[in-house]
Design a binder for this molecule. Structure first.
Ligand SMILES: [Ca+2]
Length: 329
């Protein structure tokens, strides 16, 4: 009898747990539905039509657990620059970059002239963002942005990106089923967030659409336009690797400190092979040491700051510069 009671009790407890778990799931999906209704109201008030909104949200039933998981464990900061560099600038990526640089030379030349950005930087950004268009991310952009906007960690940011993404659909640059991107909503071959798309995407092939998913003229022109709108100088480099003298004051390292090149030369900053650094009057430079003074050291110019507008990471900006150098070497 005692055993039967135990089993019955266990059964009831299990039933209770199951019921409360499903109640919870139900409550969660109801709360998400209400939230989507609210987003729809906002979208309609901002000029998005129902015929855009409804199909775009048709498959969006609940927040995607995988995206929230990815958002909570971003690797940046946990690896050294040296490790990052060896992952990003692989021999295969250099070789492919050189090949594509030649293959698309005419288009790149045209874009480069129009936006005053050297082609190797356009190719390097393309290579690092999506392995030259091979890895654009398989997430549905609306679903990804809705998940992150609902989740709460950075709701305001992702909600405005979500509205911006809906505007792209409204303007028919891409259809909702082809609007793929990263888990964080970065889209197409150069991984623009929707707000960057609105500010910097360009119709490179003049077909009336801004298509950074499949049109290379649009991808290249948009990347170049991004850089040029953020202060790129077509007659300057990004920076270069250097060597510091032994007695160099570590407090002089950092993007917040700017020097003219003659000052750096006088402080004993040398090229890696021991020659003097080139001095160009009027150019400002900073010293960057991503792994500290014992790691690799770089002098960086204004163009480096333009790359950091794209992605606010010294790891990223340095690798774009180094890969660009390799592509034209
Ligand atoms: Ca186009």
């Amino acid at each position: 009898m005692y055993i039967i009671l135990r089993i019955l009790a266990l059964f009831l407890v299990t039933l209770y747990i199951c019921a409360s778990a499903s109640d919870l799931a139900f409550a969660r999906s109801e709360s998400f539905k209400l939230w989507v209704n609210e987003v729809e109201k906002e979208a309609l008030s901002k000029g998005i039509s129902k015929s855009t909104f409804r199909p775009a949200f048709k498959g969006v039933k609940e927040p995607v657990a995988r995206i929230i998981e990815l958002d909570r464990k971003q690797p940046e900061g946990t690896i050294t620059f040296d490790q990052y560099k060896s992952r990003i600038i692989t021999e295969a990526r250099i070789q492919q970059g050189r090949r594509l640089y030649k293959e698309h030379a005419n288009l790149l030349k045209k874009v480069s002239r129009k936006y005053n950005v050297q082609p190797q930087y356009i190719v390097a950004l393309w290579g690092i963002e999506t392995s030259y268009g091979n890895n654009t991310g398989g997430f549905d952009v609306i679903e990804a942005l809705a998940t992150l906007a609902y989740d709460g960690r950075r709701s305001d940011f992702f909600r405005s990106e979500l509205i911006a993404a809906l505007e792209i659909l409204e303007n028919k640059h891409i259809s909702f089923d082809k609007m793929k991107g990263s888990w964080a909503g970065a889209m197409g071959q150069n991984q623009f967030m929707p707000s960057s798309f609105h500010r910097f995407a360009v119709d490179g092939n003049n077909d009336g659409k801004l298509d950074i998913w499949t049109s290379l003229p649009d991808v290249f022109s948009s990347s170049a336009n991004y850089l040029t709108q953020n202060g790129w100088k077509g007659d300057e480099r990004w920076g270069r690797p250097v060597r510091l003298p032994k007695d160099f004051d570590e407090n002089e390292i950092g993007l917040d400190k700017k020097y003219d090149l003659k000052t750096l030369k006088n402080k004993g900053v040398l090229l890696p092979d021991g020659r003097d650094i080139p001095v160009v009057n009027g150019m400002q430079a900073s010293i960057v040491a991503p792994d500290g003074v014992d790691g690799s050291i770089y002098v960086v110019y204004d163009n480096y700051r333009a790359i950091m507008k794209w992605n606010k990471s010294t790891y990223f900006a340095t690798c774009v510069g180094l890969l660009a150098d390799q592509i034209v070497q």
